[in-house]
Design a protein around this ligand. Sequence first.
Ligand code: BGC
Length: 261
Amino acid sequence: MYKDLENKVVVITGASTGLGKAMAERFGKEKARVVLNYLKDDSDYQEIIQTIEAAGGKAVAIKGDVTKEEDVKKLMEYAVEKFGTIDVMINNAGIENEVPSEKLTLEDWQKVIDVNLTGMFLASREAISYMLEHNIKGNVINMSSVHDRIPWPHFVHYAASKGGVKMMTETLALEYAPKGIRVNNISPGAIDTPINAEKFNDPKATQEVIDLIPMGYIGKPEQIAACAVWLASEESSYVTGMTLYADGGMTKYPGFQAGKG
Ligand code: BGC
């Protein structure tokens, strides 16, 4: 538990499922005030709000598309209207789809770049400008991926977006460090979330992924949420511009594990 997170206002995009949901619930346990952004009407955000409140936190939810400037502005306004400030911005909303690169349409390329990179830029910009205006030494946490450094055939748009997120994080960290605003990245490996459901329903495909993980298992969303609360807390107060790989060793060249080479 991180005492300083109590009552902190934490805005999370894509908060109704997967890693966003796990982070929202963990911030609830820290008794933070959580603003959930969700995209789809059938999202189970009500249930997440109840879980957060049962744990002693507070939560509200607002629908919005992170690729739309006006929706992102509304998200920030809603946070301020409901809870009075913004302390932590977690850019989590992200999408992926598998297509061989020679067949990737401009539309698909654009969609992934819009959500994964432009969406994160828009919410970072809005949150940082609020923090600057109100002299808040806040935190921005971007959800990147191991694919901000591991090339990923058939997912060129996704890998390009995450590489962009990593450099955006580092640039913003440098730019706002003098103001006490920290900007960091979390780069998860293979985690058991709905984005991977199809793959992990297939035992062969699952084993192929496990073979890429030196620690030998698929990560749990709670393990990523644990990174997020640490990065948002004062315990990481001297950490900025960093990418925290939470990947069971996936970025450490598992092919070399046996000492060959
Ligand atoms: C992707 C997952 C993938 C993992 C490891 C993540 O960024 O969202 O689908 O399993 O990287 O390749």
